[in-house]
Write a protein that binds this ligand. Sequence first.
Ligand SMILES: Cc1ncc(COP(=O)(O)O)c(C=O)c1O
Length: 412
Amino acid sequence: MLDLRDHFFVPDAPAVELRAFTHGLMPKTVPAMMERFVEDWRERGVDAWNEVPNHWRPGSGEVVGWWTLPETLGDAFIAPLLGAPAGTCIMQPNVHWTVQCLLSAPEPFTAGRNEIVFSEGAFPSVQHSVYQWAAMQGLRPRPLPLGADGFVHVDAVLDAISDRTAWVFLSHVGFTTGEKLPDAALHAVAEKAHRHDALFCIDGYHATGSVAVDVEALGADVYVGGLLKEACGSTGNSYLYVRDGLTLTPRLSGWFADADPFGFQKQPQPHPDVRRRFLAGTTAIASLYHAVEGLRLLLDAGLENVRTDSLAKTALAIEQAEAAGLTLQSPREAERRGAMVILAVKDAAALCEWLKTQGVFTDSRQNRVLRLAPFVWNTTADIERTFAVLEDGLKTNAHQHVVAPASAGPVT
Ligand SMILES: Cc1ncc(COP(=O)(O)O)c(C=O)c1O
């Protein structure tokens, strides 16, 4: 199994951090990268927009500039993450912004096409955006409920696609289900969408950094995701892939996306590079300094190896959970598993809170499920300790007496 713990700030043993699916641990290179940001700003000021050392390829002797950093990092790190060609990927602030931009582009809404097909398992950044644009533009949302088994009903998605479909949105890995849609299913959706001249967008947020993706083989027109979770890039670091040759002209483009930004023309002119059209006003630069440090580690380890490791660790977690009499709520088959294991438990919130007091960090949702993702910094011993502690808690009911500390935020 992989053990990359030396590369991350991992809590001291015997603590076990299992929440990579919410916010990954900090790579050890991040403080130095943030120092580079401070130095570049202090020493170069305005000129940093044009020229800073390429800290993202240390030792290369290259220079890059803040102005083009979103696409520089897109080519150097997001393209290899997705198996995508250079020129197709760019950094974005968050998925919500990107989906809003996608829906603001008129190209897919031709010839009376106004339907948007999506799963009700999609993240709010997709679903809310669809309803917002539907209300404004007379679009027709086609939400598809999860199947009776609680997972995406792929045949229903295929049936919903027609000549009226403009967009299809699906999550690569469901954020409430942990279900990874198999490549064959995504490919079938892409094929049907294309037969009807619709576009297919995959939200790969929960696959990012834990699943080896070949975005061209999947047939996605657009793939979005973020580096906050397993890729350990923290906030402000999502990304976009747009298939080579696909023209989209988002109406939300800002002046950083303009073909002639310093001409300060009265009318906007779409940038010739389609991915650049997804920029807004001034790009937030500081977050790009820590964006890819985790991703670099995962790419160096090899995404296939990371996926094999994740499957081995989730298999062990599932085995231990079932030995403890717990019910698995995420998929069991390797091909349909993401990095997250979801267990149905009674009083999940209190159990999660009590586990924290024992130094075992999971999370709970709706007081019904406990979620955990053994990742590259976790060892076999971590997983065994987690279930030993969990079993002990359930046996003694110790969690029934835990009172959650007062908190200033809603994150669980
Ligand atoms: C599937 C999915 N998409 C998107 C997001 C985040 O979206 P945003 O970048 O708009 O916050 C998440 C966060 O958990 C997610 O699970």
